[in-house]
Design a protein around this ligand. Sequence first.
Ligand SMILES: NC(=O)c1ccc[n+]([C@@H]2O[C@H](COP(=O)([O-])OP(=O)(O)OC[C@H]3O[C@@H](n4cnc5c(N)ncnc54)[C@H](OP(=O)(O)O)[C@@H]3O)[C@@H](O)[C@H]2O)c1
Length: 356
Amino acid sequence: MAIKNPVCASLSFVNMFAAHFNETGSSESLHMGEVDIPIITENDVLIQVYASAVNRADILQRQGKYPPPPGKSSILGLEAAAIVHKIGSSVTKWKVGDKVMALCNGGAYAQYVAVNADHVMPIPPNLNYGSAAAIPEAWLTAFQLLHTLGEVKSGETVLIHAAGSGVGTAAIQLAKLAKAVIIATAGTEQKLANSKMYGAEHIICYKKKDFAEEVMSLTNGKGVDLVLDCVGGSYWEKNIKCLAKDGRWILYGLLGGPHVNGNLLGQLLAKRIKLTATTLRSRSDEYKSELVKDFSNKILDHFKNGDFKPVLDSTFSINELPAAHERMEANQNMGKIVLIVKEKDCDEEGKCGLSD
Ligand SMILES: NC(=O)c1ccc[n+]([C@@H]2O[C@H](COP(=O)([O-])OP(=O)(O)OC[C@H]3O[C@@H](n4cnc5c(N)ncnc54)[C@H](OP(=O)(O)O)[C@@H]3O)[C@@H](O)[C@H]2O)c1
């Protein structure tokens, strides 16, 4: 379904189109509406968005289950590939016209978004806007899970759940570069085959097999050193079963619910497991700046030389936002769903090609 008020309609100079939703929280309630162009502070840049991408957090926010942090934009959208349009008075590292990708505190499903200048990275020269929009949220999250929090080491075994997700496809590539042994779980054979292609040694279809038993057999009874877990409730017992002594369990999502019923603490204690829970969106600007800096220094060149590829599932016009959200809600995507916001030569219905 296409939505009303396509982005290409003409606007006054101070206004822009941005995605809105009403209180029903359904995907059909998504629509484009006119709002003021954001005002930047001295440390921000205003970027003109060419592409954004869908994240689970957007769907939860739309459903009223994940409000934006206090003081942040209520417009959906956590990442953007864009051109710098305006710079704050204290910003020295960017200039108008730079091609950038950014981790946003919301607001990226729009023609313009204000972003802290330290949350912005250059687009690797071999990538177009659509591919670049697939990087910030998924890759910074995966990098943080594996390295900043997970402290993965060469030779360690890492269990990556939801391996076909945006975060999972990034985590597999990062873990491979770190020389970890990767065990990936997913719900479809296609997602698993893809995981193997990106670097997983072992793949497990969680719908057909007990992943804890499989992992114990693959690791000769030792278990894994690190689990990247966005499932939570429905996986807790199996995660503990297949973690090694002194293993690390990074919890970063609750797709399988928030509740546990059983001897969680006793089993954590018995194996001396370190459980770390994390969300990126609620982190401070300073934390995000450090993460972006570390990622830029260590990882960006790997996109340039082809070691890493942002995995794109599909591309939608922002005018087709409901369909893009429905695809993710139905767990159909393998990798990122990209939204094209600035489109070349729009036709009368607002349908346009991908800018590069
Ligand atoms: N904490 C943070 O900082 C942070 C940042 C970004 C994302 N996240 C979280 O990370 C997760 C992945 O995000 P994403 O945008 O990359 O997701 P995504 O591309 O939408 O992929 C999620 C996949 O998880 C699998 N899944 C869904 N429900 C499941 C369940 N109950 N049990 C097992 N697998 C299930 C589905 O694949 P199958 O076909 O394999 O079932 C689904 O396609 C989400 O939970 C998101 O909220 C957290």
